[in-house]
Design a protein around this ligand. Sequence first.
Ligand SMILES: *Cc1c(COP(=O)(O)O)cnc(C)c1O
Length: 222
Amino acid sequence: MAKISDNLTQIQSTIERAKKNSKYSQEVTIIAVTKSVNTERTKEAIENNIFHLGENRPEGLLAKKEEIKDKAIWHYIGTLQTRKVKQVINEIDYLHSLDRLSLADEIEKRAERPVKCFVQANVSGEESKHGLTKEDVIPFIQSLAQFTKIQIVGLMTMAPNTKDETVIRKVFSDLKQLQQEVVELHLPFAPCTELSMGMSNDYEIAIEEGATFVRIGTALVG
Ligand SMILES: *Cc1c(COP(=O)(O)O)cnc(C)c1O
C-alpha cells in the first residue's frame, strides 16, 4: 500500500491544476473516505493533516470516532436509514445524503443542535443512485423551512459510472447551476454555498466545475 503522504502529494497537485482551470476560484476541502480502511490507516491520514473524514455506515463511523477521539471532522456520506438517525446524528459534523422529508423529520426529532446537511441529488437519473431528481431539489429545500435542526450548506451528487468525460462534466455543471439557483432564493436556513462532488476517478473534473468538497477514498487511503 502506498504511503498516504505520497498519494496526497499527487492529489494536491491535481487539485491545484483543477482550481486553475475552474471558473469559480473556490476553496477545496479533501474528505478522506475511510469507509474501507482501518483506524490505523485513518490515523495516517490525520497525521498528514487531513482532518475531514467520510464514512458511510453508522458502525464504521462510531468505531473510528471512538478510537480517534475528537481530532477529526466527521462527514456521513452514505444513505442514512431513518432508524439509524439517532445513532449518528449527534456524532457527525456534516450529512451528505439528505434526500427525503422523512429523514428530515427524524433529524429534527433527534438532533441536539443544527446539522450541516447537503441535499443529495441524482442528477444523472441512474436508477441505482440515491437522491432527488434535479426538478425536485428546490421544492424539497423550500419545504424544509420549518425545521430548526437542518441547515442546508450545499448540494451533493455522484457522477454516473461511465468513462465519458462529457457526461460526467455535465452532471457536475448541472449541480453547480442548481446550487446557484438555491443561493438566489436567499433562504436563511439554506445558504447552500458548498458542492460535494468528485471521487477518486473524477475529482479533477468536479473541481473544474465548482466542487468545494471532494470525497476521495481509493486514490488517497485505499
Ligand atoms: C466510497 C465513496 C466515495 C469514495 O469513492 P472512491 O472512488 O474510493 O474515491 C465517495 N463518495 C461516496 C458517497 C462513497 O460512497
